[in-house]
Ligand binder design. Structure first.
Ligand code: GDP
Ligand code: CA
Length: 331
């Protein structure tokens, strides 16, 4: 296999990609050529305009992680970051004060915003930003159109009993600590795939769904009209890795998001939600953690080739082994 396409969110997707690239470079993934090319289709529905700047959290997490510029402890933003800009903005009492813009990070958003203002589409802006970072992948936004995930949360003060906040406000300010009653992805139905996205899926030798959030990362990517159809139709095998281990999401807020859309918070629940391509879904194979081996029967019955292997992304070696297991499922 030569051409691999991965549909990625931020942290979970980026860590998986790091392991995949490690595996390719160390030739530890049977079935993948050492010169295999990886294309990443990244979620952009987390994007937000703050203080006049366009911020693309998932694109940047993938770019910084693979380019070795990420803060490894936070898992987002730049290493050795300083926060003077944020402190100054706070001194002016301008909202939102809850969104952390680091000084180094701001440079990325300034370049992006200037290029967007000059008329370049996000896909070309992303390509330009990636020239600085040696990511080892081709990074594509899922769409050049503005798409934003919003989350309905309980609000007693509102006549409807709920209020809708931007996804970033739900995650960063509310820390996903209140229930998500609904997820609304504004602009999704009217969006179209960015240049190269459909081709990257239809012409791939392998399509991977990393353990990214099934609702607000992979779900939004698949929701761009044309992308799900491309995944359903591609001749390449499609294999996914469960982001849920032992009924929890390891880190992040997949539990809240799955609950909001009525999907069981389990490895099998997510696999069945994606569904087998033999029955109109998007998957041929599904990896679950060893802790969830009891769910293999249900997945098999639904037409999914499933296997239980360790799924904690503790280091690039362990993660490369996950990628190898995913490929072994459909080789
Ligand atoms: P985000 O955009 O930063 O939220 O990142 P993603 O959507 O790409 O991935 C977030 C998801 O990754 C979380 O909801 C977790 O379910 C999953 N995740 C995080 N760490 C691990 C891990 O070590 N193993 C597995 N299997 N999943 C993980
Ligand atoms: Ca994200």
């Amino acid at each position: 296999m030569q051409r691999v396409t991965v549909l990625s969110g931020g942290m979970g997707g980026a860590r998986f990609l790091q392991g995949l690239l490690h595996g390719i470079r160390s030739r530890s993934i049977v079935g993948l050529a050492p010169q295999a090319e990886v294309t990443v289709v990244a979620n952009t529905a987390d994007d937000i305009w703050v203080h006049g700047l366009k911020v693309c959290p998932d694109l940047d997490t993938v770019m910084y992680t693979l380019g070795d510029g990420i803060d490894p402890d936070r898992g987002w933003g730049r290493r050795d970051e300083t926060w003077s800009v944020r402190t100054e903005l706070e001194a002016y009492e301008v909202e939102p004060t809850w969104f952390g813009l680091g000084d180094r990070d701001v440079a990325t958003h300034l370049v992006r915003t200037q290029m967007l203002d000059a008329g370049y589409p996000l896909s070309q802006v992303t390509q330009a930003l990636c020239r600085r970072w040696d990511t080892g992948v081709r990074l594509l936004p899922m769409t050049d159109d503005r798409v934003e995930t919003h989350v309905a949360v309980p609000d007693d003060a509102s006549p409807s009993g709920r209020r809708v906040v931007h996804f970033q406000e739900y995650w960063v300010r509310l820390r996903a600590a209140v229930p998500a009653e609904a997820v609304v992805v504004v602009g999704l139905d009217d969006s179209s795939p960015a240049p190269g996205v459909v081709e990257a899926i239809t012409e791939a030798d392998l399509v991977l769904l990393p353990p990214s959030n099934p609702v607000v990362s992979v779900g939004t990517i698949l929701g761009v009209p044309g992308i799900r159809d491309a995944v359903v139709a591609t001749k390449a095998p499609v294999v996914g890795v469960s982001p849920i281990i032992g009924g929890t999401h390891v880190r992040g807020m997949a539990e809240q998001m799955l609950t909001a859309i009525g999907v069981d918070v389990s490895a099998a629940g997510v696999g069945l939600h994606y569904g087998s391509r033999s029955t109109g879904g998007v998957l041929d194979g599904w990896l679950v953690d060893e802790a969830d081996a009891d769910q293999l029967g249900a997945l098999d019955a639904a037409g999914l080739a499933a296997r239980a292997v360790p799924l904690y992304m503790t280091d690039p070696e362990a993660t490369a082994a996950m990628a190898a297991a995913a490929i072994d499922l459909v080789r």
